[in-house]
Design a protein around this ligand. Structure first.
Ligand code: FES
Length: 506
């Protein structure tokens, strides 16, 4: 299993690698929904655009979510109102609504097949605290003018104390959408490169981005839309983004008349979504999120499957997958200029698990900033807003990173190097700590487990057989290859020397 339904159900186009050095007006790093929307809109507005992705387009977070295109982002509008006031909360809503409408219009105009339809979304509570949060959220939603209702029952077999129903949101297959959006980008004259990880960025009047193989693109404007801005121009994004992992299972359900999208306010968080998959009804259940590198020793997929079985009678599970998201201290993304002094590098990150609308909105904002020099949403999503620093979430995250950093260094490892098939161990060899894993064929993989981003010590993730960084979310497979950034260098194998820590950020 361990595959996303979305990724399995769409055909990747197979774009070539960046094999030569090139120039363009705008380069975009990252082929998720944010990078693709930006590239499409810039090309439409006459810019010569090149987009590069480390893997395949739509293969990262965009192809691993729940397929919800919604302005209902759990409890969000009351939080924004408390911190920034009602006008900012309204601007956040207007921006995300414009993203939903943009996706629908693009699909209709270009007759894109991607299982799009308008539907409803509910955020529900089962506790008194959850109900209090819902009431506050509902009042702010009404103040903004959102088309929503407060209800006491769901149209699915799940008892709740109360819920907010958003009408007129939507759903689609995000990977199919991205593959089709890629086709439109090519039609507009832009270029897409896949399997071309960028490892270096040079700022200047013209920016240069380079692959590990030394191929480069020179551009007037650069857009960093690769989930986490591995290049941050000393803007400390790593201190303002909290990496979070979550899990999704998808199983066949006989309840063919059930529809809609649901999410709980209370913990443990549950996201529920009925979709039509391969002509059959699938129930997607998401949840069990935790900080990267801090997973418990349990099988999260089994927990979600049990929830689906006991609440909805689903037992035939066909897909399971996981995703990584970045959470900001004020729960609003960073979209705009990289920092106050850099005028030609733009960033889109920190979508707080709502990347399909926030990512699309990022494309709208950044293309407007590059072409027109302004956007109506610019101030709300400005990455340099100061209040992100003055929050308990910011202090908690960075206190936790410091604790993890020190704790990792103090864990010296085991002198006993006897490791059985399918087992991992942190071992101490030649005066250094290593992570060792013996695969099911008996081959032993020993890697330096000091993270190549900023030097935190990695933790073992037994469900996904990976080395995960609790500081900023980089992940590596047991052979040392990169699964998730911000790290740009793989782990070194035993006897190949020590890992290279990113010298530009240090
Ligand atoms: Fe930053 Fe590992 S991701 S130290």
């Amino acid at each position: 299993m361990n595959q996303s339904y979305w990724i399995e159900s769409s055909v990747n186009r197979g774009y070539s690698k960046l094999n030569s050095s090139e120039e363009c007006d705008c380069a975009v790093i990252g082929g998720g929904i944010a990078g693709l929307t930006t590239a499409y809109l810039l090309s439409k507005k006459g810019k010569k655009v090149k987009l590069v992705d480390a893997n395949e387009i739509g293969y990262g977070c965009t192809g691993r979510n729940t397929g919800k295109i919604t302005t209902q982002h759990n409890i969000i509008y009351s939080k924004i109102k408390k911190k920034y006031g009602i006008e900012k909360a309204k601007n956040y809503y207007d921006g995300n609504k414009s993203a939903v409408d943009f996706i629908e219009n693009l699909i209709k105009e270009n007759e894109i097949e991607c299982e799009f339809k308008r539907t409803t979304s509910y955020v529900f509570a089962n506790s008194d605290k959850g109900m209090k949060d819902l009431r506050e959220e509902f009042d702010v939603c009404k103040e903004i003018g959102i088309d929503c209702e407060f209800v006491y029952e769901l149209p699915i077999p799940l008892e709740v104390k109360g819920a907010i129903l958003f009408n007129n949101v939507a759903e689609f297959n995000p990977k199919m959408y991205c593959d089709n959006l890629g086709d439109l980008i090519i039609k507009e004259g832009a270029t897409i490169y896949e399997n071309s990880p960028i490892v270096e960025v040079e700022e200047g009047a013209k920016c240069t981005i380079k692959t590990r193989e030394g191929k480069y693109i020179q551009c007037n404007q650069l857009v960093l839309a690769a989930h986490f801005p591995f290049y941050d121009g000393l803007s400390f994004y790593f201190a303002r983004l909290n990496p979070d992992r979550s899990y999704i299972v998808a199983g066949y359900t006989e309840s063919t008349n059930l529809e809609g999208m649901y999410i709980s306010v209370d913990e443990p968080r549950r996201s529920i979504h009925y979709i039509n998959g391969n002509g059959e009804k699938l129930l997607l259940i998401g949840g069990e999120n935790h900080k990267v590198g801090e997973g418990k020793d349990i099988n999260y997929y089994d927990v979600l499957k049990d929830y689906g079985a006991s609440n909805f009678g689903v037992s035939n599970y066909k897909y399971e997958w996981s995703a990584e998201d970045y959470i900001t201290p004020d729960y609003m993304p960073y979209i705009g200029a990289l920092n106050k002094s850099t005028k030609n590098i733009f960033v889109a990150t920190g979508f707080n698990k709502w990347g399909l609308t926030n990512g699309t909105l990022a494309g709208i904002i950044i293309s407007d900033l590059i072409v027109d020099g302004k956007s109506e949403y610019e101030e709300t999503f400005n990455p340099s807003r100061m209040k992100t620093y003055f929050s308990t979430e910011f202090l908690k995250h960075n206190g936790d990173v410091a604790y993890r950093y020190i704790k990792g260094k103090l864990n010296m490892g085991d002198l006993d190097t006897d490791i059985k098939k399918g087992e991992e161990k942190i071992i101490f060899l030649d005066g250094n700590r290593y992570g060792a894993y013996r695969d099911n064929s008996g081959e032993l993989f020993i890697v330096d487990i000091t993270c190549t981003h900023l030097g935190c010590e990695l933790s073992w993730n037994d469900i996904e057989k990976s080395w995960d960084c609790p500081c900023h979310g980089s992940r590596f497979n047991y052979e040392g290859g990169i699964l998730e950034g911000p790290a740009t260098e793989p782990l070194k194998r035993y006897k190949d020397g020590e890992n290279k820590i990113n010298p530009k950020i240090l």
